[in-house]
Design a protein. Structure first.
Length: 140
């Protein structure tokens, strides 16, 4: 079993990408399409914990993990609105407000729990190469 890496983070060591992917594969490896909703929600929560362990650190506080879970549930509950807004954006002339942007919703919900640097690390999709001191990312 691989050891967590990157011990210079504020929340302890972080899971390496390889360890994160291995644990995620194990989590969903036996998933079946007919799984009960409770099992799927358990896996969603475990996945969020793995993402936090990988992006922020294994010592991220449990109360803030719970707050992140509540934020994720709010985001999930809005998924149908996203679909509507996305479809309407393609149909209406001039599009719609940027409030419909899924990234902005994630930033708003998770940003209520995380400081800007942690939010940037959590939402980083790996395509950033350089970070600004404020925690923002410069894309290349």
């Amino acid at each position: 079993m691989s050891e967590p890496v990157d011990r210079d983070r504020a929340y302890g060591s972080r899971l390496s990408l390889e360890e994160f992917e291995r644990r995620l594969t194990t989590l969903y490896g036996e998933s079946k399409p007919d799984d009960q909703a409770g099992v799927l929600r358990f896996r969603e929560r475990a996945e969020l914990d793995l993402i936090i362990d990988h992006k922020l650190g294994v010592d991220f506080p449990s109360d803030r993990r719970e707050a992140m879970w509540r934020a994720q549930e709010r985001v999930r509950d809005r998924r149908y609105r996203w679909l509507f807004w996305h479809m309407a954006h393609r149909v209406l002339p001039g599009g719609l407000s940027t409030r419909a942007d899924p990234r902005r919703l994630l930033e708003r919900e998770y940003g209520a729990v995380l400081n800007p640097d942690d939010l940037n690390a959590f939402l980083d999709d790996g395509s950033t190469t350089e970070r600004r001191p404020s925690g923002g990312a410069t894309r290349t």
